[in-house]
Design a protein around this ligand. Structure first.
Ligand code: BGC
Length: 825
């Protein structure tokens, strides 16, 4: 696709020559040349060369693909070393919110919550916790951070990444990588590139023009390379017709030649599709096995279709990083012990720092006086801690408290805190009278090696919507209702990714659900349950319109009886699946409407993965976005609700009003793709830029988040120098409480560039804590890179010179100060 000039830009096509920045004037990296393809870390030196020279072809190939770990801790990947030459094995573990092995680890808040703090310093500490734990847990490589931008609100992994904004994502990924690698763990930035959705992720072909790619998605990866990430993980999808893991434009021209990456590139798990094309394009390692990079690679070398120097190149890249981390010469520091207390303290601090208060009518929060002494907690995730999302970001937490307990303990002895479920996730027993012959639906045990069968009748007293819920250990029982398999086992990764929190009952049994309209009368029910090796236990339950009404009625009663209500709403996301709507799942909208009607002093706490539509917003007193807050989430939520800390988070993505008004709405070619192809036709107008360009009002804009106090900005001055702009202004805490502000600087388009440009982009930001009444003069640097656009003719950055507008504000739509400044080369 060519770099198009849209109707929006026509007005902005003001005259003026394109000022092309040179490396000298702008400090930007211009493309180097193909010679850099064979680049390797020059510091790797004689040790790596010596080892590479001694390896046999088989040994070299053994370093280029995954294998089974004889001493696995349940991590995602393993590469055996070459003991003969003192090359140790590599253990590779996920992931973005903590170390994912079968042992306990600190479950940190989801990266999107970390990002909400707008604080690279915290990202570094987040990385340090994971870095230390990874090493303590026997790992060498971390499969994180993920820096793909949030493009579609439906993206199943939006919680695992940072933002829709490239600058914020770049700052955070660089800081986190430094934190991880500073502890001696090799970081892997992922998923390179354009892996912005889960729908059809293994096959979707993303069509994206060069400029959009560089200005939007790739900035974060470039920042990761500049921060010296040891490894890069290639994405599942195709980019402009070629799979990312065999895409020469991505793996060689951009990553190596333009950015000078010296580490190694591995595939995402099962993302390899070829031998010759992949290694020629610049792939170094196949994961988790060796379908293409084991015997097939050896054969390709032997028959001459892959020059052996490509194998050597990949081996050197891996060894060079291992050497950099001290893994080849015994200089690696001894593995530290875990420090769960320190991990927990950081998890708590970050969950509080990222807590984003979206609405707070009449100072409903923090809870004080009667509102703090008489509280009804409502919602399943009010009692069950919602720690993390599903898939490869799931961590086995050290512990996780329940929000209800945290609220009770913070409210103290004299307070009355009640609880109502409101929305049932796990079902209620099927009445014995409905089954003929009757059987124990609550805890049916099947002995090892035995098979239990049932062939009977289920009678529905009325036509109703039923959700059948099965809880089970071992092999999932087969349940046929009128011949229909209610809980079929999904093919491939489907099962692995089918849910986080709500796919396990509080006692750990696996859970699956099936909703259907059940006609009044008798239905044939057949069950086959197999005891397998260890025996099995299962429960068959149901949720009906009638049980649901009862749950809502109990919540309404609790809400009426209390002074204030804290209602926990959830949405359960996982990799491998996109959402189909941005509305809350299940019947939570109805629950919120009923509870807010009963008690308008209701705060909704959202444990959701990404943006959510809120048709119920105006009925609430407050809305607190906590995303997936990690193992300390309950304590952090209580601390914010009671005002022990200021909610320090701001939105790192725009929240759309509904499913019809956002960047990918209404155009299936944009999302989820048509006939396997998807077009990033929004161009550089990603995230808030799309809302600004189209004049659409989001429900909540990028950068939005309330404090318990208020801030004012004044006295804006801009100073141009060779690195960019220094934007100075005064921030004043005008309220009566101490609090946290995230002051944001936005920059308008350059009149000199004949390019379609954003109405404004985030140029910089500063998170700061100010005491009540305190004022502080701050300077935010807007780098030349942020003032530049990608020039497709020169395949490089061009500085946007001329008179540009600079704004200071509290969100992309709350701009309080404005001035113009001259940007010159
Ligand atoms: C995910 C990666 C992850 C890998 C290993 C894949 O399904 O896309 O992000 O690192 O699995 O678990």
């Amino acid at each position: 696709m060519s770099d198009t000039v849209s109707r929006r830009s026509a007005l902005r096509l003001l005259g003026g020559a394109i000022a092309v920045a040179t490396a000298a004037t702008s400090g930007l990296t211009l493309p180097a040349h193909a010679a850099a393809l064979d680049r390797q870390d020059p510091s790797a030196g004689p040790l790596v060369e010596g080892l590479a020279g001694k390896l046999t072809l088989d040994e070299k190939i053994s370093l280029l693909h995954g294998a089974t770990d004889p001493d696995s801790l349940g991590q995602a990947g393993y590469v055996p070393g070459v003991p003969r030459l003192g090359i140790p094995p590599l253990r590779l573990a996920d992931g973005p919110a903590g170390v994912r092995v079968t042992r306990h680890a600190t479950a940190l808040p989801a990266p999107v919550l970390l990002a909400s703090a707008f604080d690279p310093g915290l990202a570094r500490r987040y990385g340090q916790v994971i870095g230390r734990e990874g090493r303590a847990l026997g790992q060498d490589v971390l499969l994180s951070p993920m820096v793909n931008l949030i493009r579609t609100p439906y993206g199943g992994r939006n919680f695992e990444t940072f933002s829709e904004d490239p600058l914020l994502a770049s700052d955070l990924v660089a800081a986190e990588i430094k934190g991880i690698q500073g502890e001696g763990l090799i970081a892997t930035v992922k998923h390179f590139a354009m892996n912005n959705q889960e729908k059809d992720r293994m096959s979707i072909d993303v069509r994206v023009d060069e400029r959009t790619m560089h200005e939007v998605e790739l900035r974060g990866f470039a920042a990761a390379v500049a921060a010296r990430t040891g490894a890069v993980m290639g994405a599942y999808n195709k980019v402009n017709g070629t799979f990312a893991c065999e895409n020469k434009t991505l793996l060689s021209d951009i990553l190596r030649a333009q950015w000078g990456f010296e580490g190694w590139v591995m595939t995402d798990w099962f993302a390899a599709h070829s031998t010759v094309a992949a290694i020629t394009a610049g792939l170094d390692m196949e994961m988790p096995g060796g379908t293409y990079f084991d015997a097939a690679l050896k054969k390709a070398v032997q028959d001459g279709s892959v020059p052996e120097k490509y194998v050597d190149r990949a081996v050197r890249r891996i060894l060079a990083v291992m050497h950099r981390f001290g893994l080849l010469d015994g200089k690696v520091p001894p593995r530290p012990g875990r420090d769960p207390k320190a991990g927990a303290a950081v998890a708590l601090e970050i969950a509080k720092a990222g807590a984003t208060l979206l609405r707070n009518e009449h100072h409903a929060l923090p809870l004080t006086g009667a509102g703090a002494r008489s509280i009804a907690v409502v919602g399943p995730t009010g009692s069950l801690p919602f720690v993390s999302g599903g898939g490869s970001a799931h961590v086995v937490p050290d512990h996780a408290g329940s929000p209800l307990d945290a609220i009770k303990s913070r409210a103290g002895q004299g307070a009355h805190v009640s609880y109502a479920l409101g929305e049932d996730l796990f079902g209620k027993a099927i009445p014995a009278g409905a089954l003929s012959p009757a059987f124990t639906t609550e805890g049916q045990g099947v002995g090892a090696g035995k098979t239990w069968t049932y062939d009977g009748t289920l009678t529905a007293e009325d036509a109703d919507e039923w959700t059948f819920v099965i809880h089970y250990s071992g092999e999932r029982p087969k349940v046929l209702l009128d011949g229909e398999d209610l809980f079929p086992v999904l093919p491939g990764y489907g099962e692995y990714f089918s849910g986080g929190l709500v796919s396990a009952a509080p006692d750990g049994l696996a859970v699956r659900r099936k909703a259907l309209d059940l006609a009044k009368g008798a239905h044939k029910l057949q069950i086959t349950a197999k005891g397998g090796d260890g025996g099995q236990l299962f429960r068959l339950r149901r949720i009906t319109g009638a049980t649901r009404a009862q749950d809502v009625a109990e919540a309404v009663q609790a809400a009426r009886a209390a002074h204030s209500v804290v209602l926990f709403a959830y949405e359960d996301a996982t990799e491998g699946l996109d959402r189909t709507t941005i509305a809350l799942p299940g019947h939570q909208t109805r629950l919120i409407e009923a509870v807010t009607a009963a008690n308008p002093r209701t705060t909704v706490v959202l444990n959701t993965s990404s943006s959510t539509s809120m048709p119920w917003l105006k009925r609430t007193a407050a809305v607190l976005q906590m995303y997936y807050p990690g193992q300390e989430g309950a304590a952090a939520t209580a601390a914010v609700l009671f005002g022990d800390c200021d909610p320090g988070g701001r939105l790192t993505q725009s929240f759309a009003a509904d499913d019809d008004h956002h960047q990918v709405a209404g155009d299936p070619r944009r999302y989820p793709g048509v006939d396997g192809t998807e077009e990033y036709s929004e161009g550089i107008h990603a995230g808030y830029r799309w809302y600004d360009a189209e004049g659409v009002r989001p429900l909540f804009p990028f950068g939005h988040g309330l404090s318990y106090t208020s801030f004012a900005y004044d006295d804006l001055r801009v100073h141009r120098h060779k690195h960019g702009l220094d934007v100075s202004f005064t921030v004043r805490n005008t309220g009566r409480r101490d609090g946290i502000d995230v002051a944001q600087v936005y920059v308008g388009p350059s009149p000199d560039l004949r390019l379609d440009q954003a109405v404004r982009v985030l140029g910089g930001y500063r998170r700061l804590f100010l005491r009540a009444g305190e004022r502080r003069r701050i300077t935010v640097r807007v780098e030349n890179s942020t003032l530049s656009s990608w020039d497709v003719k020169r395949h490089g950055w061009v500085l946007g010179t001329g008179r540009r507008t600079v704004w200071v504000g509290a969100s992309s739509r709350d701009l309080r100060l404005r001035t113009n400044t001259e940007v010159f080369a």
